[in-house]
Design a protein around this ligand. Structure first.
Ligand code: FNR
Length: 179
């Protein structure tokens, strides 16, 4: 049966390299794997317990439904100031609630991405893994790709880089899912 992967991209800009890598991974997904890129993470308000509950905003309910429907979650993110961008952190926070039964609970999740710094956003990726774990996700630590791109270059046109990201998707799909 089809494995549904939801991609969460930690950059909002139109020319985002992480977004383009998500699109490449989506387009090169193996048979039996469908990758959907979550749109509108910037339509989620900043997490606020006063907004949460049965009357949570529509954008929040739609996002939680998307996460709940996914078999796997692939995070593709750059690093901002040594950690994950706020938009991604915020999405994880919404997916983590209600406490103990958030949509992210038990989801097999992997974190990869590209950044221009020499460590390829490794801090951001480590922080995203930590946060997703605390939120209850089943984090696949073996899905680890912190790709450093050279300023002005386009990692999405480099076959080895593209293959490494596609391989990450394969590892994520192969990762054991414990109900
Ligand atoms: C960055 N960038 C960056 N890179 C990095 O490796 N470590 C870092 O701490 C930071 N910090 C940072 C902060 C802010 C506010 C911005 C805008 C950028 C550079 C970043 O890796 C680069 O802009 C990526 O290309 C952003 O990813 P997208 O938008 O191409 O997906």
């Amino acid at each position: 049966s089809e494995t549904r992967v939801l991609a969460l991209v930690g950059s909002l800009r139109a020319g985002s390299l992480n977004r383009r890598l998500a699109e490449v991974v989506r387009d090169q997904a193996p048979a039996g794997v469908t990758v959907e890129i979550a749109e509108g993470l910037d339509a989620l308000p900043f997490y606020n317990e006063d907004l949460d509950g049965d009357a949570a905003p529509e954008a929040v309910r739609a996002f939680r439904d998307q996460v709940a429907a996914a078999d796997r979650i692939l995070v593709l993110t750059p690093e901002y100031n040594g950690t994950m961008p706020a938009v991604l952190n915020n999405a994880i926070d919404w997916a983590s609630r209600p406490f103990g039964e958030g949509a992210i609970k038990g989801k097999v999740l992997g974190v990869v991405g590209t950044a221009v710094g020499q460590y390829g956003g490794q801090w951001a990726h480590e922080d995203a893994r930590k946060s997703a774990k605390v939120a209850g996700a089943n984090v696949a630590d073996s899905v680890a790709l912190s790709h450093a791109y050279a300023w002005g270059s386009d990692p999405t046109t480099d076959p080895e880089t593209v293959q490494a990201f596609v391989d990450s998707l394969g590892k994520l799909v192969a990762h054991e899912s414990v109900a």
